[in-house]
Design a protein around this ligand. Structure first.
Ligand code: SF4
Length: 419
């Protein structure tokens, strides 16, 4: 408790609150909720957070706080920023007993707002869950159509237990479903679920099916046995036996860190992360990189893959060193291969964790898509069919949970205005 008091008292309650206005994708009222924690009023703190988010327990744990709220905190200019993430998580954790009475308050609010409108949500990940909750609170009848037999999407199958306990995700989902939201499981667009049928039954549809395929590099040997996509490994858990194996994970984001740390836990002899830029350019959160290093993961920075070598199965990988060059028309440092610096290392498995793309069937839905296959949306989150809205990774929204949730909440607001 002393620690919590210390953490909350450290906030300056700034008037400009850049943590909230610049840093937080959801615009959470950060100094206001911290102020309530200072006073010991967790219920009020939780209510303030609930105005902008339903993922307090999740975002408090897995948001890249250093790049978002804490990265904009005034305290961070000269020293350590306020531990905003910890305080948000704590606020959710402290609500176990009070949740019942809070949900009763929301139920009253919903009764007052009751409408005869119906919305279908396709995909129960962070964007879909958030949209569902914000629509339901405004008295709209919401039905989620979900491909799997569980909700949560990448919160369940994309983020390992050591970063986000399943129990926290389940509590979040239970809380959202208690707003009276219906769920139909085992429903997949294009297979047993069709937009034209849904359009007849609902006033609006929100698509939030994510982008679940691992991107490819396009290098020689990528089709060899022993090469896996990071997303698929985390999602389907079809891991090979790593005991005694050397595994390379390609990429520098959080999916790469999650894969490397999971594989190490599954018994690999050596796990290395290969990244073509330097540590400072890694999109993964510092904390994740630090923890991966402490767990014995090796990092080969400024190394690029030339080709993967093997007969049927991966045997080696050829790498080339890179130097970082600032391009005139671009502020970013671009990695350039250093000619003649090629070398080979022996490897048993390679995991491609270079980002995600939407599944090919999305192009067949009859909605406009961009060159990467993402669904095109306007500023109201509306697709080329005005009755259909989209958000999260499917619509190419910045790929963090908080941004996905932001798109769900804002799409819900647009739907409420338009139906
Ligand atoms: Fe508190 Fe930091 Fe936000 Fe200022 S910027 S209100 S110190 S959390």
């Amino acid at each position: 408790m002393e620690k919590i008091n210390e953490k909350s008292s450290y906030c300056l309650n700034c008037k400009a609150k850049p943590c909230s206005t610049k840093g937080c994708p959801l615009g959470n009222q950060i100094p206001q909720f911290i102020e309530q924690i200072k006073q010991g009023d967790y219920v009020e703190a939780y209510k303030i957070l609930s105005e902008t988010t339903v993922l307090q327990g999740v975002c408090g744990r897995i948001c890249p706080h250093q790049k978002q709220c804490q990265g904009s905190c005034v305290r961070g200019i000269k020293g350590e920023p306020v531990s905003i993430g910890d305080l948000e998580a704590l606020c959710f954790d402290a609500m176990v007993e009070e949740e019942d009475s809070l949900l009763k308050c929301y139920a009253e609010e919903m009764k007052l707002n009751k409408t005869n409108k119906k919305v279908a949500i396709i995909g129960g990940g962070p964007a879909g869950l958030t949209a569902s909750a914000f629509l339901a609170k405004r008295g709209i009848e919401v039905t989620i159509y979900e491909k799997y037999d569980y909700l949560g999407g990448l919160l369940v199958h994309g983020i390992p237990e050591f970063r986000l306990p399943k129990e926290i995700v389940q509590r979040t989902i239970d809380k959202i479903l208690r707003l009276g939201i219906k769920v139909n499981y085992h429903q997949q667009l294009g297979k047993n679920l069709f937009l034209k049928d849904l359009e007849e039954q609902y006033d609006a549809i929100f698509l939030s099916i994510g982008a679940n395929q691992s991107s490819k590099m396009g290098v020689e040997g990528e089709e060899l046995l022993g090469v896996f996509g990071g997303n698929e490994l985390l999602e389907y858990k079809l891991h090979p036996d790593y005991k005694g194996k050397t595994v390379a994970v390609i990429g520098g984001g959080n999916v790469a860190m999650d894969c490397a740390r999971t594989i190490k836990r599954l018994g690999a002899k050596e796990v290395m992360v290969i990244y073509r830029r330097a540590r400072e350019q890694m999109p993964a959160e510092d904390k994740e990189v630090e923890e991966a290093m402490q767990e014995g993961i090796r990092f080969l920075f400024q190394n690029n893959i030339v080709k993967i070598i093997g007969k049927n199965q991966v045997e080696k990988v050829e790498l080339i060193k890179t130097k970082l060059v600032q391009k005139e028309d671009d502020n970013r440092l671009v990695p350039i291969n250093i000619e003649g610096s090629n070398y080979e290392i022996e490897i048993d498995n390679i995991i491609m964790a270079l980002g995600s793309r939407v599944e090919p069937y999305v192009r067949e839905l009859g909605l406009e898509t961009n060159k990467w296959g993402n669904i095109e949306i306007n500023e109201k989150y509306q697709t080329s069919d005005p009755k259909i809205y989209a958000g999260g990774d499917l619509a190419g929204v910045k790929s963090t949970v908080a941004w996905a949730a932001h798109s769900g909440r804002e799409a819900a607001k647009s739907i409420i205005e338009n139906i």
